[in-house]
Design a protein around this ligand. Structure first.
Ligand code: PNW
Length: 481
């Protein structure tokens, strides 16, 4: 990544990498951990590529010190990890606390801080305790209060040292892939209905956790809390078509705006989203009330419940109207959205099929967020490039991708005046890539899953990322006079 101008990044810029508990920890039934929905999903067979599971994954539960070496080798200033809810609270509730789970995360946090690395902790990254799924999971109203007690427990236990919190990671992906498409745990396929209910309860859960932090922990702990929203950058497929332009607006309304509008704009879902869902419910003869739930006055409002904007960006889409498509007349999220995102043929696809490489989409999206939602600081909490097939340690294409992307982030900072506070590469390590198992590799370190020691080897992209961080730190270090 030589040639990258690092002087545009502020001196306190957060250079990070991210992981998630289920994707790296393994130790699925060790030391009192309760099962999560991903254990159930993987063990059911036929759900995940070649029936891979996260039973062992990178074994970060036992090999944390190896991960710490990787973090230090990169010279990261920040590390984003998630807590396995069911490792801490095996049945999901604070009725039973697992002391070994508490000890594990205490050690991780203490080791990071001792090494000068700031932790950012995600409370929920796709892995609901199975015991809570058995009570209805994200479709049940009660989940928001149960999540709030879990969050309160974490703030109380770790908040003396952890100052950056993400409540829910990618509510869009959890709701859509988990409750509409059924390709992520808990594998529910209930088109056009559960998706909105799950998304709504995630927002209620986030809101309650933020208010708890704000009222009871912020005064003492002075940290910050947000939720991580994933978004593609989207534009109309045919810029001259008013139908594609409207479809592109609908696409945004049902993706980023679904969660960003309640939190950053109005405290409610957008008019576009509500009107589409109401009209189509009527047209399709759906009579069981509104499919898009309402926020009620007896609960705190989601408006203003973020102390920074956390963005996961991977790719871009061109959007066309769904007119004439079969989905138009079925009860489904995509039918409601009435828009389809396609890949521009000029964009290279890297590894996994959905990931078209479009670094300048990130710059456009950052400016859009600043202009549309908030002037709060933005952390890019995930961004990355995948590899499939034979392992290439000399991953020059991924290294180029990081350089191009960081250059775009630099332009967003210096030219568009977007307040970007940090960047977290996805991911520190090759890991369990959900339905794709271990066939898709996003790491800055390769993990050899065929050997019991799960040896970590730095990729070239990891070495190059480390060089960027070290160059930035040496250029912006306060000078001794
Ligand atoms: C994110 N899609 O999820 C997650 O936060 C990570 O856990 C994950 O490993 C990473 O991106 C890479 O996939 C996504 O199908 C999962 O569009 C799937 C999609 C997007 C994001």
């Amino acid at each position: 990544m030589s040639g990258l101008d690092v002087t545009v990044f502020p001196h306190d810029f957060a250079w990070g990498a991210a992981t998630a508990a289920y994707q790296i920890e393994g130790g699925w039934d060790m030391d009192g951990r309760g099962p999560s929905i991903w254990d159930t999903f993987c063990h059911a067979k036929g759900r995940v590529f070649e029936d891979h599971t996260g039973d062992v994954a990178c074994n970060s539960y036992q090999l944390w010190e190896e991960d710490l070496k990787c973090i230090r080798q990169l010279g990261l200033t920040h590390y984003r990890l998630s807590i396995s809810w069911s490792r801490l609270l095996p049945d999901g509730t604070t009725n039973h606390v697992n002391p070994k789970g508490v000890a594990y995360y205490n050690k991780v946090i203490d080791d990071l801080i001792a090494g000068g690395v700031t932790p950012m902790i995600t409370l929920y990254h796709m892995d609901l305790p199975q015991a809570l799924q058995d009570l209805g999971g994200w479709s049940s109203k009660e989940i928001a209060d149960i999540f709030e007690s879990y969050a309160r427990f974490c703030f109380k236990t770790f908040g003396d040292r952890v100052k950056l919190w993400i409540t829910v990671n990618e509510p869009y992906v959890c709701a859509k892939l988990g409750h509409e498409d059924g390709i992520f745990a808990p594998g529910i396929k209930n088109p056009g209905i559960s998706v909105y209910l799950a998304g709504h309860n995630m927002l209620r859960a986030h809101t309650k956790a933020w208010h708890t932090y704000n009222a009871h922990f912020r005064p003492l702990q002075a940290g910050q809390v947000s939720l991580a929203l994933n978004s593609d950058w989207v534009e109309a497929l045919d810029p001259g078509s008013s139908k594609d332009a409207a479809a592109s607006e609908r696409y945004k309304a049902f993706t980023l705006d679904w969660f960003a509008c309640p939190v950053f704009c109005t405290g409610d879902y957008s008019e576009t989203m509500r009107a589409r869902i109401e009209t189509r419910s009527f047209d399709l003869g759906y009579k069981q009330g509104s499919r898009l739930p309402r926020f009620t006055k007896d609960e705190p409002s989601p408006l203003g419940t973020a102390d920074f904007f956390a963005l996961n960006y991977y790719t871009s889409r061109k959007v066309k109207d769904l007119n004439g498509d079969s989905k138009k007349n079925e009860l489904s999220f995509e039918g409601d959205q009435g828009a389809e995102g396609v890949v521009d043929p000029s964009w290279p696809i890297c590894g996994v099929h959905w990931l078209a490489v479009v670094p300048d989409g990130l710059r456009k999206l950052l400016k859009y967020i600043k202009d549309t939602y908030t002037s709060l600081p933005i952390y890019i909490t995930e961004n990355g490039f995948s590899q499939m097939g034979p392992v290439q340690i000399e991953d020059t294409d991924r290294s180029q991708f990081y350089k191009d992307t960081l250059q775009e982030v630099g332009k967003a900072i210096s030219q568009d005046r977007v307040n970007v506070k940090g960047y977290f590469a996805w991911s520190l390590l090759d890991n369990f890539e959900w339905s794709d198992g271990y066939s898709v590799r996003f790491g800055l370190f390769h993990v050899d899953f065929s050997t019991p020691d799960l040896k970590r080897t730095i990729y070239r992209s990891g070495r190059d990322y480390a060089a960027v961080i070290s160059k930035h730190r040496s250029q912006t270090k306060p000078k001794n006079i």
